[in-house]
Design a protein around this ligand. Sequence first.
Ligand code: AMP
Length: 629
Amino acid sequence: MTYQHSYARSISDPVAFWAEQADQLAWYHKPRQTLINNTDGSHCWFADGRLNSCYLALDYQIEQGRGEQTALIYDSPVTATQQRFSYRELRDEVARLAGLLRELGVRKGDGVVIYMPMVPQAAMAMLACARIGAVHSVVFGGFAANELALRIDDAKPTLVLTASCGLEFDRVIEYKPLIDRALQLASHQPRHVLVQQRPQAKAALQPGRDLDWQQALVNAQPVAPVELSATDPLYIMYTSGTTGKPKGIVRENGGNAVALSYTMRHIYGMQAGDVWWGISDVGWVVGHSLIVYGPLMTGCTTVFYEGKPIRTPDAAAYWRVVEQYQVNALFCAPTAMRAIRKEDPHGELLAGYDLSSLRQLFLAGEKLDSSTHQWLEQVTGKPVHDHWWQTETGWPVTAPCVGLEGSAARPGSSNRAVPGYHVQVLDDDGHLLGPNQQGAIVIALPLPPGCSQTLWGDHQRYLQAYLNTYPGYYHTGDGGYLDDDGFVYIMGRTDDVINVSGHRLSTGEMEDLVARHAAVAECAVIGVHDDIKGQVPLALVVLKDGEELAEQKLQAELVANVREQIGALACFNRMRLVKRLPKTRSGKILRAVLRKIADGQAYVPPSTLDDPAVLGEIEAVLADLPRAG
Ligand code: AMP
């Protein structure tokens, strides 16, 4: 099957295309209704199909003879633990935990909040919910109490599952006080909090409400997967919107299973028995699609890593894991690779490891700058692919489909649309733009299976945020363009596009140029206020360790580079050195906050901020910038 054929068919006849894909799943009842178009623009995939996602991920794999194959490898440099679970062992653990959840009153359709570090019990908790039809909502284990409370009030869980602590390379983060505080703040109260006690910190349990996970499990009886409708929700994943209220993305069982099994095979080129490593946290969408459901539903071995790219213990940590478990392909965010590059710029640490099992590396989550891209290809000697998706879609929108013949990759782009996604570019008035014209990136409806079709408890907000802006299209919120061959270039969120004297310019493009400078470890380019031009770009630059280039000299070189590559119209003439950039815990640079600081506007530090102290450092560096008004 070629990419070209699959893509053309998926767009011209999505019903036939996805019916064929769905046919390959082990449904309890195969869907006859492939697609229903709702009048409000949303869609319903596989409405009458019946299945269970936990069955597909575990029991079905055992039925296919993979019972003794390793399903999950837990590698935790922060606790010096390495543990393997076969498909049978994982199924048995999950079936008992599911039995416990049921004993504790969790029913089909109930919400369950999971607030846990990267321990295998987090994956077991997700799968146990899926087994009995409960709707899990994993909250990233570093969110502060008020953010957790917001999510608890929205998801209204019957049960909260947690662990006593999470671990960084240098500290223990106690989770239980955060849960206690969140439950003081929340109006909704779960019946119970199930606590996994880790030896690094013992949590105090509140009698009646809190239960010790291990003790509670002792008498639990395993339960079988229940039959669910394809449209029953599998999970809620909160993501930040433009307001303070997080958006509860809803993922349905049927679409998710079809989309992920397609993704693993045709995009990532994985087969049953392969070892896959999704480097992320279960608290993010990647954790759901690429650590738990995707690889297990494909019969792969999934690596579950509780560590960092650096300092656990060093910048070769990833390469050690690849060698040790013979990882065949991995997913990672560019920020992690930049951190590794900063400490091991010449790949000297990497050279000590055998990466021969690795076929390719996939990067997403933010733009993969060409400098990091080239470096990574050079030091690993492997193909490195940028690809683009969102929490809302749950699986890649653009990517090289390495499992399909004729699929090309083009460095510098996020590659072509994956079968199922009709990616187009519109101007502000909703008119279609041609190749190489920059505008809003949209996806013509219908969205393929797996993409969120609503927000938990707020369908109107879904319509407003995604479908109403450009009728007939899903609004991605990203800006960019397609080249003559259909390769997609994501230039950042639409609000990262700046307007300098009426010229639309991408800060992403400038960042790419700045990052190519040999002394630059990392950078952000933002639009700052200018009385005459409206906005002008400003680069914030983190130098590589050991670089001592004078600020003025570096600025002159960067200005010359941007002028040469983009032109004088970019008005790129300012740069500041900073020690580090403010980031979310998932590694995204907080450009909106940087813009506010630069323009001297009031701002609220986002709850997703990794380290609040960084904001003070940035304020000091930017104090002398000209302000609006
Ligand atoms: P999230 O839902 O948190 O995964 O964030 C999705 C957003 O991250 C997208 O809308 C993009 O703005 C950005 N993003 C993800 N992958 C890429 C990529 N490969 N290139 C550029 N931006 C990306």
